[in-house]
Design a protein. Sequence first.
Lengths: 273, 66
Amino acid sequence: MNIEPLHIGGFEITSRLFVGTGKYATFELMRDALAESGCQVVTVAVRRERLTDKSGRNILDFLDPKRHLLLPNTAGCFAAEDAIRTARLGKELLEGLGNRGSAWVKLEVLGDRKTLLPDPVGTLEALKVLKLEGFTVLCYTSDDPVMAMRLKEAGAASVMPAGSPIGSGQGVLNPWNLRIILQELKAADAGYPIIVDAGVGTASDVTIAMELGADGVLLNTGIAGARDVLAMARAMRLAVEAGYLARQAGRIPRKLYATASSPIEGVIGDKSS
Amino acid sequence: MHLVVNGQPQEHAKAPTLAELLESLALEPRRVAVELNRRIVPRNRYAATQLADQDELEIVTLVGGG
C-alpha cells in the first residue's frame, strides 16, 4: 500500500501533489500550507527584483531547501521567446542557490489573458528550443489529446493537461479527454508522467484526477484561496493519496442495474422455496 | 552614463561593474539572475563585467507562483 515515487527528469519525487507558492496571504502561511500538504515539488515564478521599497523578505527564506524541489515556471509569458528567456533565468537562479533540479522548468506559453489557456504553437516552439539546451521540460497544455501527443513526441519530460482554466476551481471538466491523453501517451510507455495542472478547486477534483490515472496533480489557488488554507492543504494531501490508492486497488465496474450486496436466499417469509 | 534596469532608466556618473551595481541596489548576488542586453551573465563574472552606456539589464529573482 505504498505510494511509489514519481520519476521525472532524473528526480525521485515522493509526493504526487505539486503545490504552487503564489497567492498566499503571508509567507508564513505559505510555508505552513506547503508543510501540511506534504508536497515536495513547489513551483515558483521568475520576476523582476524590486529595486526600491524592498521589504527585505524573500520567499526563499520560507522554502525548506532540504524538503522542497523548486520548479520554476514561465508563467505570464505570452510568447515563446519570453518563456525561453524566463526558463534560462530560472535555471540560473536555481544554480545560484545550489538547488537540485537546476535544469528543469514548468513551461507555460499563454495564448490569452482572460482564459490563460496555453498557446499550443508557442509552447511547442519553446519546448523544442529548451530541449536543445538540455532542459527537462514539464509542459502545461490544454486537455487536447493531439497537442499532448505532439508535446510528448517533441520531448516533454511530462505533459501537464489543465483540468480547467488556471485558478477557476472547476476541476477536471473533460475527464474523457484526460482518459484519452492517459491512454495514448502511456500506451507504449506506462511510466510516462502525466500531471493534471490548473483548475483544481477542492479535494475531490484531485482524487478524481488520480483515479482516472494521472500520475500527479499540481495546484495553487485551490489551497491558497481556500477559507481555511491549512485544512485544505491537508485535505489535498489526503485526496491525492486516496485517489492513487483507489486507482491501484482496482474499482468495481459501473453497471446499469443493481446487484444485491446481501444474500438473496434465506430471507424470512420467503414463499418461493 | 545611462542604464536601463528592469525597464527603468538610471543615470550613473561613473560606469559600474555589475557587482557594484547589485551592491548599490542592496541585492544579494546569490538570489538574483541577471540578463545583460538579453544575455545571461554567469554569477562568477559579476565583478568582471563592466557596464557600458545604454546597457539594458533585467535583474530577476524567484517569487511565489503556480
